[in-house]
Design a protein around this ligand. Structure first.
Ligand SMILES: *Cc1c(COP(=O)(O)O)cnc(C)c1O
Length: 434
């Protein structure tokens, strides 16, 4: 399998080039050159297969030209080492919980798989490979955890000092060893600027091999398809094989792109719903046919605060850039902070189920959109304990119980250093790493 540059479809690269470069030279994204169809037999057998058996079959066509079955099997088993349960909530609604990984958010699967791919394809040079990431909170934790102790890779995470939650800092600065946490005295934009300068510094890159682990990386996208095969496999036993409606809470639209790729591979899905917060560029696009990005608005579901989603070009390409085709399969609806709070409270009261703000958006959209004869599931992308500050404002008692159950005091500055927001300091640091 080769990967094509969406900006110039004549440029084909190997998977390893796509994952180490992240973006093509012209700034466009990579995509598999074809989305292969899986055998009907496999779809029918899924309910009787385990998560890692399903994952192996789904990922194999994308990787078999680059590695043998035993290497892929090992990677799959290391990545999918925790359950992804489907829980029935109401008569026609279930939730697929993607938050049972080590950092309690769905990004764990992508980060874990990417780290193993990079370790496998690592060029055999004397230079160490440095993965450099700027984070506003959530991604840094998944990357730190996913790459922890992976041989031959040093990870440098830049985060704005004092501007992420204590729990997020614990996840980034806690692991130590090959994970270097740098608390930058500045904003997230400062962190991102410093990282960008490093990527553009030709002299530096001659001495240090640097890669990125951000969310547009093909290596993070591929394993996310597995969620949807797993969800539909378990749903088939619940609803007698009827194709479900699937609702995905979306920010950068990577997770939904993976879901649509799964559909193109032959997964039975009735239709998709993209649930967003008030950063509603995609819902507006589906109404007007015009893609008009806007500055980001801060919301309670902050991992979805994206004004110009970078995976949109991939999603659009899957529909041959045809809005009518896209609208046949996908609808979208924005959900406000007020509705997030109301849903967290009412679902807890009515169904005794606690939603985090991102998953609350997905539930709200699915509940509003589901027709009588349909059934479906939404994906829960984070554990509510990660957003206990929001739960506190809605139901203080429940928030208090969450803190008691999971603890609130973490040693968070064990393995981090502080740095002024000057590129030269970062450059010196990177040069002295190897
Ligand atoms: C990143 C994230 C999302 C958004 O996922 P995309 O693939 O960027 O659309 C949703 N919920 C949580 C909790 C996240 O961390």
């Amino acid at each position: 399998m080769k990967y094509l540059n969406l900006g110039d479809r004549t440029e084909l690269v190997s998977l390893s080039e796509a994952i180490f470069k992240g973006l093509a030279n012209d700034g466009s994204l990579y995509m598999p050159e074809v989305v292969p169809a899986l055998a009907k037999d496999f779809i029918e057998a899924m309910p009787h297969m385990s998560l890692s058996e399903i994952a192996f079959e789904v990922l194999k066509p994308y990787l078999q030209s680059d590695m043998d079955d035993s290497a892929l099997k090992e990677m799959v088993e290391q990545t999918f080492s925790f359950p992804i349960p489907l829980r029935p909530l109401e008569e026609n609604i279930a939730v697929l919980e993607l938050f049972h990984g080590p950092t309690q958010a769905f990004k764990d699967v992508g980060a874990r798989f990417l780290s193993r791919l990079m370790s496998y394809f690592r060029p055999a040079t004397a230079q160490k490979l440095v993965v450099l990431t700027a984070t506003s909170g959530d991604t840094g934790g998944a990357v730190a955890n996913g790459f922890h102790k992976v041989p031959g890779i040093e990870v440098v995470v830049l985060y704005p000092r004092g501007k992420i939650s204590p729990y997020q800092q614990y996840q980034i600065a806690g692991p130590g060893e090959n994970i270097r946490a740098i608390a930058v005295e500045g904003s997230f934009d400062d962190c991102q600027r410093m990282a960008k300068q490093a990527f553009n510094d030709v002299a530096l890159r001659q001495q240090v091999t640097i890669s990125s682990a951000n969310s547009i990386n093909m290596g993070r996208l591929l394993p996310q398809m597995v969620y949807y095969f797993e969800g539909v496999a378990r749903m088939m036993s619940l609803n007698h094989g009827q194709a479900p409606v699937i609702c995905v809470p979306s920010g950068n639209f990577g997770n939904l792109t993976a879901a649509v790729m799964a559909f193109k591979m032959g997964l039975p899905v009735r239709r998709f719903l993209a649930a967003t917060n008030v950063n509603d560029v995609v819902p507006r696009f589906l109404t007007s046919g015009e893609y008009q990005p806007k500055p980001t608005i801060a919301t309670l579901a902050n991992a979805m605060d994206v004004g110009d989603p970078s995976n949109f070009s991939r999603l659009y390409a899957l529909f041959e850039k045809d809005v009518a085709k896209l609208k046949k399969l996908l609808s979208a609806c924005p959900v406000s902070d007020g509705e997030i709070r109301d849903t967290i409270q009412s679902v807890h009261q009515r169904l005794n189920y606690l939603l985090d703000p991102h998953s609350a958006i997905a539930y709200t959209s699915l509940k509003q959109s589901l027709e009588r004869e349909e059934s479906g599931f939404f994906v829960a992308t984070a554990h509510p304990r990660k957003f206990v500050e929001v739960i506190d404002t809605v139901m203080p008692e429940v928030g208090k119980n969450l803190r008691e159950k999971y603890g609130a005091n973490f040693v968070t500055d064990k393995n981090c250093i502080t740095m002024a927001s000057e590129y030269k300091l970062l450059k010196d640091y990177l040069l002295n790493l190897t």
